[in-house]
Every structure is written in C-alpha cells, then in structure tokens.
Design a protein around this ligand. Structure first.
Ligand SMILES: Nc1ncnc2c1ncn2[C@@H]1O[C@H](COP(=O)(O)OP(=O)(O)O)[C@@H](O)[C@H]1O
Ligand SMILES: [Mg+2]
Length: 236
C-alpha cells in the first residue's frame, strides 16, 4: 500500500430508506491532491460526500482514512480525525456574526484549532472586514467563504466541498479557488470537491472522478483533464 494514500473508498453502498443510491463506489485519494467529483444532477455526488463524512450510514463497503478503517466511525469522530466538510448550499449560522460562526468552528476543531482565526482572515480578508456582520445578510460568495473558513479553523487534513461555486459570483469563485490551492500548498490540505462549474473544475482539479448512477465510472488524470473532456462528462 502506498504511504501517500490518505483515503480509500471500496465498494461503497448507501442510500435513503430502502433505496440504494451509492452502488459500489471506489475511489483513492493521495495526500495533498485536489480531486474533483463530477457528474450530472442526481447521480449521487452529495450522497457520496455525506457518506464520506459520516452523516449517512454506509450499507456495505469500507472507508479507509490514513490507514484506519473508519466505516463505522460517527461524523463527529471523523471531524476530530481530520475531516472538514462544506455542504452544498453553504450552511453558515445565518443569525450569528462572522466571528461567532468562526468560534463554532473553533469549538468543533478543539485544541488544534486555536491559532487559526487570523489565518482564515488572511485567506479571506473580506471576512475580517465583516467580522461583526450577521452572516445571513452577506452575499452568497461571502457566506461560502465563511463556510470554508469555519471548516478551515478545524485544521482539516481532508477538506470536502460540495459545489463551492454554487450561487457565488465569479470574482469570488476565483478567489475561493486561489484560497483552496493555497490551503494545499501552505497547509498541506488534501481536497475533494464536487462541482458542476467548468471554470472551477479547470481552475483547481488535478484529477476528476466521473460519477454516473451511483458509481464512479471513469476518471480523468493528467493531460486528460481538459475543458473539452470535462464538458463532455458534465453533458452541458
Ligand atoms: N434526503 C434524501 N432522501 C431521499 N432521497 C434523497 C435524499 N437526498 C437525495 N436523494 C436522492 O438521491 C439521489 C442522489 O441525490 P444527490 O446525492 O443529491 O445527487 P447529486 O448531488 O449528484 O445531484 C437523487 O435521486 C435524490 O433524489
Ligand atoms: Mg448535490
């Protein structure tokens, strides 16, 4: 087993009620990679992310994180083990200020979180300017930065983002892409993200997994990560 392998999903099955959605997902992520999961609406991308972070129970198959089988580990334990999750549609606390939202991240992050609020403000200066603003009154892009900042405070080994560009104005999408690349370069963060936006995928993905009907059916690596190939897979 290669030592830089950080995450492995093997024949993963999960769903809602009696309906299977994930039907044997396989995926391998190495430390420090930025990997996109792409595919049409409804194929199970968000379901896969929920299963990965432990919000949805795994029916069959295994999830291995840093050489440990975490398939049965609940979501809070996965967060402590190094997972950071930014769900689709953001999910900041709308009635709380920017600062208070970040404090929640600090609570979740525990002792290892302590030094990070300033770091979040360095990556997202806009949040510092607005630190006393009520989160729900900010733009979609600012809320997305806050959601990412809150996850960053926990100093995750693996950051999981579900459609970070959704509802975010292009200039902020670009800034977020730059920030994500900096997390990897400067903090060593490994990143897995779901995305349908071609520009975002092209800006950050080093590799892409293509998901169809609850399975990973293909991957794009190296020179195959081209706009034409990605566009074809998104079937825009
Ligand atoms: N909470 C839920 N309860 C029941 N079915 C769901 C739930 N969330 C998603 N689904 C269904 O699971 C399938 C995959 O959805 P999802 O993972 O959100 O796809 P994607 O993120 O690729 O658009 C869809 O058919 C969707 O209707
Ligand atoms: Mg989704």
């Amino acid at each position: 087993m290669s030592t830089d392998r950080i995450l492995e999903l093997s024949e993963l099955w999960a769903g809602y009620g009696a309906t299977p959605i994930l039907q044997g997902v396989n995926m391998t992520i190495s430390r420090g990679e930025i990997v996109g999961v792409i595919g049409r609406n409804g194929v199970g991308k968000s379901t896969l992310m929920r299963c990965l972070i432990g919000l949805l129970e795994t029916w069959r198959g295994t999830i291995t994180f840093m050489d440990q089988d975490i398939t049965l580990l609940p979501a809070d334990a996965r967060a402590r083990a190094g997972f950071g999750y930014i769900p689709q549609g953001r999910d900041v606390f709308p009635q709380m200020s920017v600062e208070e939202n970040l404090q929640v991240g600090e609570l979740i992050g525990g002792p290892k979180a302590k030094k990070l609020p300033e770091l979040v403000y360095e990556y997202f200066p806009r949040l510092k300017e607005r630190r006393r603003q009520i989160a729900g009154t900010m733009s979609g892009g600012e809320q997305q930065q806050l959601a990412i900042g809150r996850a960053l405070i926990g100093n995750p080994t693996l950051m999981i983002l579900d459609e970070p560009s959704e509802g975010v104005q292009p200039s902020i999408v670009q800034h977020i892409c730059e920030a994500l690349k900096s997390f990897r370069t400067e903090l060593g963060t490994t990143i897995v993200f779901v995305e349908q936006n071609l520009d975002t995928i092209m800006a950050i993905a080093e590799r892409c997994y293509i998901m169809e009907k609850g399975k990973i059916t293909r991957s794009l690596t190296g020179e195959d990560v081209t706009a034409d190939n990605v566009r074809a897979q998104l079937l825009l």
